[in-house]
Design a protein around this ligand. Structure first.
Ligand code: GRF
Length: 203
């Protein structure tokens, strides 16, 4: 069997990318990261990838006339790198059905809340505004909706009385860095089985 190749898409600082790099280096994730792509030239994720010797590419969304052009470039770069699993790690763009179909059931995303609650771009703010007592993070397969694909793993953290967005985000992030490598590991070991909305984890 061919070696699995990950393509990681990021928009910003890339701490989840860093946890995935560490898991590849330790052997927890049995794959190679073939390429890291960002939609912004200033994304710190590019530096993290380069420091780990991973090929990088920036497709600046602002330099593309339309979303279709942007996504065609993304798909082309991922295919060129031979990517078999696309990892969205803090990638702040909503992908269209065109992109999702190009890698159907082979795209994962991380979201910093317990989906289906608090989807969207301001999860921690929305969690605090609503007043829930528990939050967490979700790893899910990406379908054609927003934050709506079948859920692979979730973990929880308490929401404390004096939490601000940054303190809550930091607590959730600790869980993210454990959960994402674990979900990728399960996928690559053939332990995930999608049955409709449910993802069964086989031993
Ligand atoms: C994480 O909280 C992730 O859940 C969300 O965006 C953030 C990205 O952080 N989608 P980083 O770039 O991985 O540090």
């Amino acid at each position: 069997m061919h070696e699995p190749i990950l393509g990681v898409l990021c928009s910003g600082r890339g701490t989840n990318l860093q946890s995935i790099i560490a898991a590849v280096e330790s052997g927890q994730i049995p794959a190679r990261i073939g390429i890291v792509i960002t939609d912004k030239p200033e994304a710190k994720a590019l530096e993290r990838a380069a420091a780990a010797g991973i090929p990088t590419c920036c497709i600046d969304r602002r330099a593309c006339a339309a979303k279709q052009e942007f996504e065609e470039k993304l798909v082309a770069e991922l295919k060129k790198a031979g990517v078999t699993l696309v990892i969205l790690a803090g990638f702040m763009r909503i992908l269209s059905p065109y992109f999702v179909r190009a890698f159907k059931e082979h795209i994962m995303n991380i979201h910093p809340s317990l989906l289906p609650a608090f989807g969207g771009a301001h999860a921690h703010r929305d969690v605090l505004a609503y007043g829930v007592k528990v939050s967490g993070c979700t790893i899910h397969f990406v379908d054609e909706g927003m934050d709506s694909g079948p859920i692979i793993l979730q973990d929880t953290v308490p929401v404390l009385d004096d939490d601000m967005e940054d303190t809550l985000a930091a607590r959730v992030l600790v869980k993210e860095h454990i959960l994402y490598p674990r979900a990728i590991e399960l996928y690559l070991n053939g332990q995930l089985e999608i049955q409709g909305r449910r993802v069964k984890i086989k031993n």
